[in-house]
Design a protein around this ligand. Structure first.
Ligand SMILES: Cc1ncc(COP(=O)(O)O)c(C=O)c1O
Length: 387
């Protein structure tokens, strides 16, 4: 399998840019682009729970899309909730959770997490009088400090919010071990799989978490968000909903009329990944990523943050260049038609824990399915030239 094999499926990469900005959002795959436009043109654009054919087709779309996304994530279709993006869904979720928290309760998070899995919980704790604490990670190898996390998960802990993979340094914590620690004290677990799901096979059943979040626009789909909420929890949560909306099932959480055209595209993107097979995607990305990581590690003027190995990580690397700010490095790369992000990428706790806030964070380069070996060599030669 080579990157070039699939590049023709991504109209967005025809312009010669090397796209290492995948962790912030990927180019859409052809079938997802078509699905949104075909749905819009189909005449099926209606609303749910009607008596006529287009309304029935709209119901079918929702059911089919939940099924395909559930297959991709090995989850219960009745747990799949669609929404605008992960952040909006997570805020809606934590607003409901806040109504179940009280002073004396605790929510545990991590400093590895994107702020979308930190601030919603912090605010829910502020509003309910619960305590919000964050587990640290090793500044040497980027690993989550499991001993510190275990010590923080006390009997009064109600929720543990943990990332499936850091969107900045790629670290993949052992989420199954986190779930075991949390469930032992009766706490529930929210896994942010936004950065994990594009790169690795994900099984909600195997992880055993109560909630898992992902964003289809990180895996070649449209700008949208998905939460898998364990059905009993979903039905019991005191969500803010209008009275006529369903009282049970995913629709009780999906406020208002869903974004049907994006849901059609989400279904198509999930089908694409099922056809590609996530284990093959992971293997391909690893093969392209290895020379990127090793090439950066070999440069004396470059510092790689997080793990220096390929183990338990996504193909995403954060680095800094001696004497050149992350923004200037990103500009030099952009001048050569290479897209990367600089700064914190919203992983503000992580950047602060590494002591990099004042110096402008890091440069982040992420490999996704359409990035090639040639793209990697181009990036390495520009970074080399900054010595
Ligand atoms: C790990 C992680 N979590 C959460 C988010 C927020 O996702 P969304 O843009 O869907 O709200 C991102 C976006 O970059 C992310 O990388």
């Amino acid at each position: 399998m080579t990157g070039a094999d699939v590049r023709h499926r991504f109209p967005g990469v025809r312009d010669g840019w090397a796209r290492f900005d995948g962790p912030a959002g990927t180019q859409m795959v052809d079938v997802a682009i078509r699905a949104a436009s075909e749905w819009s043109a189909s005449g099926n654009n209606a609303n749910t729970h009607g008596t006529f054919a287009a309304a029935n087709a709209t119901d079918d779309l929702l059911e089919r899309a939940r099924g395909v996304v559930a297959q991709l994530l090995d989850a219960d279709p009745q747990s799949v909730v669609f929404g605008a993006n992960m952040t909006t869904l997570t805020f809606a979720f934590t607003r409901a959770v806040a109504r179940t928290l009280q002073p004396g309760d605790r929510v545990v998070g991590t400093r590895l997490d994107h702020d979308a899995n930190v601030s919603p919980w912090r605010i829910a704790c502020e509003e309910s009088g619960a305590e919000h604490v964050l587990a640290p990670f090793s500044t040497v190898d980027g690993r989550l400090d499991m001993d510190a996390l275990a010590a923080l998960i006390t009997p009064n802990t109600k929720w543990v919010a943990v990332t499936g993979a850091s969107n900045l340094i790629g670290t993949m914590p052992d989420v199954k071990a986190v779930v075991a620690l949390a469930h032992r004290v009766g706490a529930r677990v929210f896994v942010d799989a936004v950065h994990l799901a594009p790169h690795m096979p994900v099984s909600v059943r195997d992880i055993g978490c109560d909630v898992l979040a992902t964003s289809p626009y990180k895996w070649y789909g449209p700008h949208a968000g998905v939460l898998c909420i364990e059905p009993n929890l979903l039905n019991a949560l005191p969500v803010a909903k209008v009275r006529p909306a369903d009282d049970v099932g995913p629709r009780r959480f999906e406020t208002g009329t869903p974004n049907f055209e994006n849901i059609a595209a989400t279904e198509a993107a999930a089908r694409y990944l099922l056809e590609e097979d996530m284990a093959s995607v992971a293997a391909y990305e690893q093969e392209v990523f290895a020379p990127l990581l090793n090439g950066l590690l070999a440069m004396a003027h470059v510092r790689v943050w997080g793990s220096p190995t390929l183990e338990a990580r996504t193909p995403t690397v954060a680095f800094t260049v001696d004497g050149v700010s992350p923004d200037r490095v990103a500009e030099a790369l952009a001048a050569a038609k290479i897209a990367v992000w600089s700064g914190s990428s919203y992983a503000v706790e992580l950047v602060s824990h590494l002591g990099l806030t004042e110096s402008g964070g890091v440069v982040r380069a992420g490999v996704v399915r359409y990035v090639t070996h040639d793209d990697v060599q181009r990036l390495l030669s520009v970074v080399q030239s900054l010595a």
